[in-house]
Design a protein around this ligand. Sequence first.
Ligand code: PRP
Ligand code: ORO
Length: 183
Amino acid sequence: MSSLADLKELILRESVQFGEFTLASGQTSRIYIDIRKSSLHSEGAYLIGQCFWERIQSLCPEAKGVGGLTLGADPLVSATAISAHLDGKRFASIIVRKEAKAHGTQRQIEAPGFINPPDQVVAVDDVVTSGGSTLQAIRALREAGFQVKYALAVVDRNAGAKELLADHHVELHSLFSLDDLCK
Ligand SMILES: O=P(O)(O)OC[C@H]1O[C@H](OP(=O)(O)OP(=O)(O)O)[C@H](O)[C@@H]1O
Ligand SMILES: O=C(O)c1cc(=O)[nH]c(=O)[nH]1
C-alpha cells in the first residue's frame, strides 16, 4: 500500500469521531477529525511526514520550510523536516505561536537559524474548516518577511478555506477531503 493509503486507514481508525462538536470557527458539527491522534502516533507521524514532503516537493520545490500555527501543526512540521532530512535535504520546521512571547525572545515565530526572509515557506495545518487558523499563521509568516504561496492540510473539510486563502493569494492543497474520509 502507498503511504497515502496507509495514512487514510490510520486516520479512519484513530482520528474520526462522531458526536456534537463546536469547531474553532464557532460552527457545530457531528463529525470531528482529531488529527492529533494520528500525528502524535509513531506510524502517523512517519506517514504524514512522508506524504507532506512528497507533496511539497511537487507543489513548491523552492520551499525552504513548512510553518503552521501551534498546536495542531507542531507535529506536522517536525515530521516533514525529518522526512526531508532522510531524503538528504535541509528543511526548516517553523512553529507560529498564537501570540508573541511576552518574555525572553518575545518571538511569535520559532525557526532554525538557516531560514531567513524572504525564503519561501509552505503553510501547514492538520484540519482546515474556515481556513481562519491557517490564515493567522500565514499572516504572521508574511509579517516576518517569509513568502507564502501554498498551504497544505492533512484534511480539508471543504467549508470555505480554499476560497478564503485564495483571496489572500494562497493556493490550498490537502491530502484528504472530509468526503474521502466520511463517505
Ligand atoms: O480552519 P479553521 O476554522 O480555523 O479550523 C481549523 C483549526 O481548528 C483546529 O485547531 P484548534 O483551534 O482546535 O486548536 P489546536 O490546534 O491548538 O488544538 C485545527 O487544528 C485547525 O488549526
Ligand atoms: O474546525 C475545527 O475546529 C476542526 C474540525 C475538525 O474536524 N478537526 C479539528 O481538529 N478541528
